[in-house]
Design a protein around this ligand. Structure first.
Ligand code: PLP
Length: 502
């Protein structure tokens, strides 16, 4: 074995600064060209799975290296030819935002310095920036400015961290040391069926079991029914169980329903329960001067999950959890200092994020958010969110001109509707089932078409089309074109799918 000397060592992953600069400029050009041509591109890739797999090539691991310039360009070609572009002006599916260009550059800078934001001394300024970004987000929401919090991969993880803090704070046993089996009372958490699916993962991961979830019914507007909530809590207490957590949502994923958060906060105070709000999507709307009063109840929560990769338009991934009392977070995650960590007195004053969340090594997700907030300021965000909401409302209002498009719900920046062929009247089992199948197929066809991307919601028994505008590139013309596109495809599908006897 030959030990490389400093002169002899040839590390194939190293690049000279000149080569890096040259390739970096080329890649920045590629990204700039992509951003400049998004509008002309289809929103979704037009190739089939087989075509994409064959473009990728079914080959084994390369044994030898290849020239970096060549592979970077091939990779850019692949990625730009076969991606679903959430940065397209006509992407209104799910709740995924375009990546703010400053966030794209931020990710490059962050990877350049590569701080490990798990420990202060591994990321001195990055840790301070994360703390500042968390405080800015709290300020935007009107939440406790001295709260704790940290960046996570997204809404799921941010919510799971909130629930972990709740379990630690409210389970009347030392759940960290003894586990849940030590308790003789069953822990119960309360939420509605409109809550995002993360809640089942949380109950499972945290050892509560999905059976611990009490699914509280919703009213006509799909908001949690607080009378039913009170009844269920009381019934569980009478049965000897231990209620510990109520989860409200500030903008549900399907229709943007906002639970009556102030009332949920009051119920939690009455029963000494932890109050968690999933504001992953809608929470940022609390910054608007005309924010719905119910949404402002998130300010009373013990913990809030909020997703900068949704309505702050950060590139994936960026979720964030805020916890009113930072010590609760530390209680939930801090472990004895590992023997291999050495912190001197100066470092001891800094925050070590590994003590506040599940991750040890952590990337610098906060950076892209911190920079974007500076680029546009709070006012800029207020404007963009208000514009998105305005566009979703314009779509809802615009549907009136199309008798075959039935408006269903409108909340924050989500509008739902469905296509009903002129000669069909809903209300009978067979027709309703056909309309659901028709609209389901419509979502598939629209998504594949590449003309616009919408997703779906299921509202009661109705399969609805759903447009969610979290997109600073969308214009009024884009959104007002949608009904015509839907009608064109809807009529074609109806001709193809309608059973002869309907
Ligand atoms: C209300 C709500 N909660 C949680 C999530 C999950 O967030 P993520 O996909 O970032 O994990 C979403 C995603 O759309 C959401 O809308």
């Amino acid at each position: 074995m030959s030990i490389p000397t400093s002169e002899k060592r040839t590390i194939t992953l190293e690049m000279s600064p000149d080569v890096f600069r040259d390739l970096g400029y080329q890649m920045v050009d590629r990204v700039a060209d992509l951003l400049g041509t998004l509008r002309e591109r289809p929103v979704t890739p037009q190739a089939s799975i087989d075509e994409i797999r064959s473009a990728l090539g079914q080959r084994g691991i390369p044994q030898e290296g290849t020239d970096a310039e060549q592979i970077l360009h091939t990779a850019a070609d692949l990625l730009f030819a076969h991606s679903t572009f959430n940065g397209h002006p006509r992407f209104w599916g799910y709740i995924t935002a375009p990546a703010a260009p400053i966030g794209i550059l931020a990710d490059l800078l962050a990877a350049g310095a590569n701080p490990n934001v798990g420990g202060w001394h591994l990321a001195p300024v990055a840790t301070e920036i994360e703390g500042q970004a968390v405080r800015w987000i709290a300020e935007m929401l009107g939440y406790e400015p001295d709260c704790g919090g940290l960046f996570m991969s997204g809404g799921n993880m941010a919510n799971i961290v909130g629930v972990t803090a709740a379990r630690r704070a409210k389970a009347s046993l030392d759940v960290r040391e003894q586990g849940l089996r030590a308790g003789d009372r069953k822990l119960r958490l309360y939420t509605s069926k409109e809550t995002h699916t993360w809640v089942e993962k949380a109950a499972d991961i945290l050892g509560l079991g999905t059976g611990a979830i009490r699914w509280i019914p919703t009213d006509d507007a799909l908001r949690m029914d607080t009378t039913a909530l009170r009844q269920q809590i009381n019934a569980d207490i009478d049965a000897g169980d231990q209620p510990f957590l109520v989860i409200g949502t500030g903008g549900t994923v399907s229709t943007s329903a906002i639970d009556p958060l102030p009332e949920l906060a009051a119920i939690c105070r009455e029963h000494d329960l932890w109050f968690h709000v999933d504001g992953a999507y809608g929470g940022f709307a609390a910054m608007l001067p005309d924010a719905p009063a119910d949404l402002l109840g998130l300010r009373e929560a013990d913990s809030v999950a909020i997703d900068p990769h949704k309505w702050l338009y950060a590139p994936l991934e960026a979720g964030c959890v805020l916890v009113r009392d930072a010590e609760r977070l530390r209680d939930a995650y801090s472990v004895h200092p590992p023997s291999y960590y050495h912190f001197d007195d100066e470092m001891a004053n800094g925050v070590n994020y590994y003590e506040y969340g599940p991750q040890n090594s952590r990337g610098f997700r906060a950076f892209k958010v911190w920079l974007a907030i500076q680029q546009v300021g709070r006012r800029g965000y207020e404007r963009m969110l208000a514009d998105d909401i305005g566009l979703a409302r314009s779509l809802f209002a615009g549907l009136e001109a199309y008798p075959e498009l039935q408006p269903l719900t409108q909340g924050l920046s989500i509008t739902t509707f469905r296509y009903i062929p002129a000669d069909l009247t809903p209300g009978t089992g067979v027709i309703d089932a056909y309309l659901n199948a028709l609209n389901e197929e419509l979502v598939s066809v629209l998504q594949r078409s590449g003309e616009a991307f919408i997703s779906n919601a299921v509202i009661g028994d109705v399969y609805a089309l759903r447009a969610c505008v979290v997109n600073f590139r969308t214009t009024l013309e884009d959104i007002l074109d949608l009904p015509e596109i839907v009608l064109r495809h809807g009529e074609e599908i109806d001709r193809r799918m309608r059973p002869a006897d309907l």
